[in-house]
Every structure is written in C-alpha cells, then in structure tokens.
Design a protein around this ligand. Structure first.
Ligand SMILES: O=C(O)c1ccccc1N[C@@H]1O[C@H](COP(=O)(O)O)[C@@H](O)[C@H]1O
Length: 207
C-alpha cells in the first residue's frame, strides 16, 4: 500500500481532516523560503492534535541547525525532511530519522543521488529544478525512479487527484507526497481535493 503524506499544513482542521481521510503523515514547513511556513506555536498545536499512528514531518531548506534543534525540542516531529543542499552528514547530525529531497527538475538521474544519502530513512524525489524551493507543483519523468532502490522512495512534485494514480502505477513508490495539488491557496487545504487525492492513491493500489 502506498503511504501518503500531505505537506504544508498550517491549520489544525486540515491536518485532522487529512488524518481522517487516511493520510499516513502530515508535513510542516519551517523554512522561510516557503509560502506555507508555519509558526512553531501553530506546529505544536497541529502535532498535539494528531491521532495515534499519523506521523509529523518537519521540512527545512538550507536552514540553520539552531532552527532544526528548536523545532525538535518544541514541536517533536516524527521525521525531518531536508530540501536544500544539505549533505548526508549534515542531515544526520540531529540523530533523528530524515528524508532527503532531490530536485529532479532537469531530467536528473535519481540513482547517483541516492548513493549520496546512505543515512537517510528515505529519499524524496521532487519535480523542481536544483536550487529552487519545492512545493512548485511541477512533475518530472516518473519512469526515472529506480525499480529496486536501497532506500524507500517518496514521489513528489505536481501530484494531484488527476495524475497520482498514473504516478503510482508507473513508479510504484514507497510513498507519495503532495502540497499544492490539494490546496485552494498555499497552506490552505481543499477538502474535496484532499479526499479525491487519497481516493485516487487507494484506487491505484487496488488496481
Ligand atoms: O511546500 C513548500 O512550500 C516547500 C517549500 C520548500 C521546499 C519544499 C516544499 N514542499 C515540498 O515540495 C514537494 C512537492 O510539492 P507540490 O506537491 O509539488 O506542491 C513536497 O515534498 C512538499 O513537501
């Protein structure tokens, strides 16, 4: 079964709805380079409200280690997610499981990158170009995903209810991650789009 992460939560109600609809994880964006940046206070509220077995993922992009530590202390997320030029050693310094995002925007081959992050709990492949922030809503060639990766792969970038079924059937990722494809505005989730997205993933799993 494909795991589902809904990223860029800024409201408790949206996170609870995602969990009720069957999301396995919600994402909280702390980097100032995002239109979905959440405050520490709001992030704490969201994490405190989550039901058991729904993971919280804290997202950063070339941020100061101090911010990551503050989020770990005050918000206590399940996982970290890094979207910038952070090295494997840099990501691992916090002693917490992490996902490393790779920009696949320019037909980049995923395999060489995967070897760069042996300590990552998983690698997230996103559609944006190197150097740009994620959450861009851009897709990439899903057939570039390796078939038998050493680490779990998370497929992201421009996914929505209309294309996620094909993405899952093509790439068979460990998980999918969505931000803009289930929103009415940055950081504001649309209940109908969210429900349709999760239904489409489950339908692809069942096919
Ligand atoms: O969501 C953001 O604003 C963001 C900012 C900086 C880095 C990553 C960001 N989000 C991640 O981008 C991907 C794909 O998002 P989308 O579905 O294409 O909008 C996803 O992993 C988000 O976690």
């Amino acid at each position: 079964m494909t795991r589902i992460k809904c990223c860029g939560m800024t409201r408790v109600g949206d996170a609870l709805l995602a969990a009720r609809l069957g999301a396995d994880a919600i994402g909280l964006v702390f980097t100032a380079r995002s239109r979905r940046q959440v405050t520490l206070a709001r992030a704490r509220e969201i994490v405190a409200a989550l039901p058991p077995f729904v993971a919280s993922v804290a997202l950063f992009m070339d941020d100061e280690p101090g911010l990551v530590r503050q989020v770990l202390d005050e918000v206590r997320p399940t996982l970290l997610q890094f979207h910038g030029n952070e090295s494997d050693a840099w990501c691992a310094q916090f002693g917490r499981p992490f996902l490393k995002a790779i920009a696949m925007g320019e037909g980049v081959a995923a395999l060489p990158w995967l070897r760069e992050y042996p300590q990552a709990a998983g690698v997230l492949l996103d559609g944006h170009a190197a150097g740009e922030a994620g959450g861009s809503g851009r897709t990439f060639d899903w057939s570039l995903l390796p078939r038998d990766p050493a680490q779990p792969l998370v497929l992201a970038g421009g996914l929505h209810a209309g294309n996620v079924g094909e993405a899952v059937r093509t790439a068979r990722p460990w998980a999918v991650d969505v931000a803009s494809g289930v929103e009415s505005a940055p950081g504001i989730k649309d209940p109908a789009r969210l429900a349709a997205f999760i239904r489409a993933v489950r339908a692809a799993d069942a096919a």
